[in-house]
Design a protein around this ligand. Structure first.
Ligand code: ZN
Length: 141
């Protein structure tokens, strides 16, 4: 395994981060469930029982990669991954269909999403390709 990200592995848990085989930087893990909701024709791809990770580098063509360094590229994902795009019309919140530009122009959107998140009405785990809440991706105001 890559020496830059040798992690202690506890029983039943995958390492929390792993290095992208393309750019060599460490990225956080995502659940298999998240992958299955974003990759194209998941029934044709071996999404095996292992740790998976989400590369957010907009210059890198890798979207997901496994602990075994298997790669899922941008063109193998059916979601337009906003985290990997500089397009202002790219999604920032996948749960409620909010673009980066909308959040810049309307402060109330963040409050709306925060409220839905508090009431557990969001679906980040499956809607967001990162598997995580979008609020941390919002521009600091
Ligand atoms: Zn990468």
């Amino acid at each position: 395994m890559n020496s830059c990200c040798t992690q202690k592995e506890t029983a039943g848990h995958y390492p929390k981060s792993h290095c992208c085989p393309a750019n060599g930087k460490a990225y956080a893990s995502v659940k298999r469930k998240t992958l299955l909701h974003h990759i194209t024709q998941p029934w044709l791809k071996p999404v095996t029982e292992q740790g998976y990770y989400f590369c957010t580098d907009s210059d890198c063509d890798v979207v997901y990669f496994g602990q075994d360094n298997s790669i899922i590229h941008r063109d193998e994902v059916r979601t337009n991954v906003g985290q990997k795009s500089d397009d202002k019309n790219a999604a920032i919140c996948y749960c409620f269909g909010v673009t980066k530009d909308q959040t810049r122009l309307d402060d109330s959107i963040k409050n709306f999403i925060t409220q839905q998140t508090k009431e557990s009405l969001c679906s980040c785990e499956t809607s967001n390709p990162s598997g995580r809440c979008c609020l941390k991706d919002f521009p600091k105001s």
